[in-house]
Design a protein around this ligand. Structure first.
Ligand code: F6R
Length: 364
C-alpha cells in the first residue's frame, strides 16, 4: 500500500535510507566485511583474474559504478556489458572469471541468458537481486539480496541505490580478501558508507529544490545531463529516469565529451543538468557549466553545500551535503529521481506506470 504517499515512486524514493540501513546491518565484523553470499573459497578468490558485470537499464548503470570501485579498490580488471550485448558477443569469460549479474526483479530475460552463458564458460555467477526466490536467485551460484523491499513503481529508485551499496560491499570484500586493502582501510570506508542513509535523508528534505528546478523542463523539447567520472553514470541514470517517466528526451554525456558534438544542441532555454560535486574534477566540470551557460542554457547543478562559484553560474541548484567522492553517486541520484518525478507530474504523466514499459522485461 502507498500509505501517506501520493504515488509508489514517492514512497520508494523515501524508503531509500532504511533500505540501505537494512543491507548494511551486521556486515562489518572484526574480520572485515561479511559476504557469505559469494560462496567462494580464498583460493578461488585469489584466482579471479577478471570480473564481468552484466545487467540491463538502471541495473547496468549500477554495474558501471561497481566497475570503478572494484578496479580501484580490488585492482581486478572489470568489464561491464548490457546483457543484450553480452549474449551475442565473443566474451572473455573463463573459470577464473567472477561473473556478477545485477537484476532488481531477477526475471530479466537477457540477464538470465547471460548467466547461462557464463555458466557454460565455467564461471561462477553471483546474482545481486531484490527478489527472493527469483529466477536469477535460483540459477546463480551465490545470491546477494539487496533487501530494498518490494519496488512497485516501474522506474527503479530504491533498488538502484541498494544495488549500488551492494556493489560497494562486493568491492570492499574482494579488496580485503585479495589483500589490496587492509582491515583499517576497509572498515574506514564501511563507516563512511554507514553515513550514506543520513546524507540521503538530508537530500530528501530538499525536495523543494527539485520541485523548483522542474520548471526548467516544462516547455523544453530535450535536455542534456553531464557529469564526470562516477558521476557520468549519475548523469546517465538521471537522463534515463527523466525519459522513462516524463517522456521528455534526455541525453547523458561525460561532461568533457560534450564539446565533441552535443554542445551543438544548446540554444537559449535548453535545460542542462550538471552533476558537479566537490571532487577532484570539479574545476573541469565548472568549465563545462560555463560553456553551456555562455550559449544560453538553463543550468541545473547538483553541487556540494557552500559552493558559491557554482551557485553564481547556475539557474537552479540541487544541493548535496559533503560526502566521500566514491559515495556521491548514491546520494546525488536521489535529487535526480525527485527531479524526474516532478517533471513527470508537471507534464501530467503517471509516474508509477509509464507507457510502453513493464516492471520486468521477460523477453529477450
Ligand atoms: C529503469 C528500469 C529498467 C530496469 C531494467 C532491468 O528505471 O527500471 O531500466 O532497470 O529493465 O531490470 P532488472 O534490474 O529487474 O533486471
Amino acid at each position: 500500500a502507498m500509505g501517506d504517499y501520493p504515488d509508489f515512486m514517492a514512497k520508494e524514493i523515501a524508503e531509500q535510507p532504511e533500505a540501505i540501513e537494512r543491507l548494511l546491518k551486521d556486515r562489518l565484523t572484526p574480520k572485515g566485511i561479511r559476504l557469505d553470499e559469494l560462496e567462494m573459497t580464498d583460493a578461488e578468490i585469489a584466482a579471479i583474474d577478471r570480473v564481468y558485470i552484466v545487467a540491463c537499464g538502471t541495473s547496468y548503470h549500477v554495474g558501471l559504478i561497481a566497475r570503478s570501485l572494484i578496479e580501484s579498490w580490488a585492482r581486478i580488471p572489470v568489464s561491464v556489458e548490457p546483457a543484450s550485448e553480452f549474449n551475442y558477443e565473443d566474451v572473455l569469460v573463463s573459470d577464473h572469471t567472477l561473473c556478477i549479474i545485477i537484476t532488481q526483479s531477477g526475471e530479466t530475460a537477457d540477464t538470465l541468458a547471460s548467466a547461462r552463458k557464463m555458466h557454460a564458460a565455467g564461471a561462477k555467477v553471483l546474482a545481486v537481486t531484490n527478489v527472493i526466490g527469483s529466477s536469477a536467485a535460483r540459477e546463480a551460484d551465490g545470491v546477494l539480496y539487496v533487501q530494498a523491499g518490494p519496488e512497485v513503481a516501474v522506474a527503479s529508485t530504491k533498488a538502484y541505490t541498494a544495488q549500488m551499496v551492494a556493489s560497494v560491499l562486493v568491492a570492499l570484500f574482494l579488496a580485503q580478501r585479495n589483500g589490496s586493502l587492509g582491515y583499517r582501510e576497509v572498515s574506514r570506508r564501511f563507516r563512511e558508507l554507514e553515513r550514506v542513509p543520513g546524507l540521503i535523508r538530508e537530500v530528501l528534505a530538499r525536495a523543494w529544490q527539485d520541485e523548483a528546478a522542474a520548471h526548467a523542463f516544462i516547455g523544453a523539447g530535450s535536455s542534456l545531463f553531464l557529469g564526470r567520472g562516477l558521476n557520468s553514470t549519475t548523469a546517465a541514470e538521471g537522463a534515463l529516469k527523466l525519459k522513462e517517466i516524463s517522456y521528455l528526451h534526455a541525453e547523458a554525456y561525460p561532461a568533457g565529451e560534450m564539446k565533441h558534438g552535443p554542445i551543438a544542441l544548446i540554444d537559449p532555454g535548453f535545460p542542462v543538468v550538471v552533476i558537479c560535486p566537490d571532487d577532484r574534477v570539479r574545476y573541469k566540470t565548472i568549465s563545462n557549466i560555463q560553456e553551456v551557460k555562455a550559449r544560453g542554457a538553463v543550468v541545473v547543478s547538483v553541487a556540494t553545500d557552500g559552493d558559491q562559484k557554482i551557485a553564481q553560474l547556475s539557474d537552479y541548484l540541487l544541493m548535496i551535503p559533503p560526502a566521500p567522492e566514491y559515495y556521491v553517486p548514491i546520494v546525488a541520484v536521489v535529487h535526480l529521481q525527485m527531479l524526474a518525478r516532478y517533471v513527470a507530474l508537471a507534464r501530467g504523466c503517471d509516474v508509477d506506470k509509464p507507457r510502453n514499459l513493464a516492471k520486468s522485461v521477460t523477453v529477450e
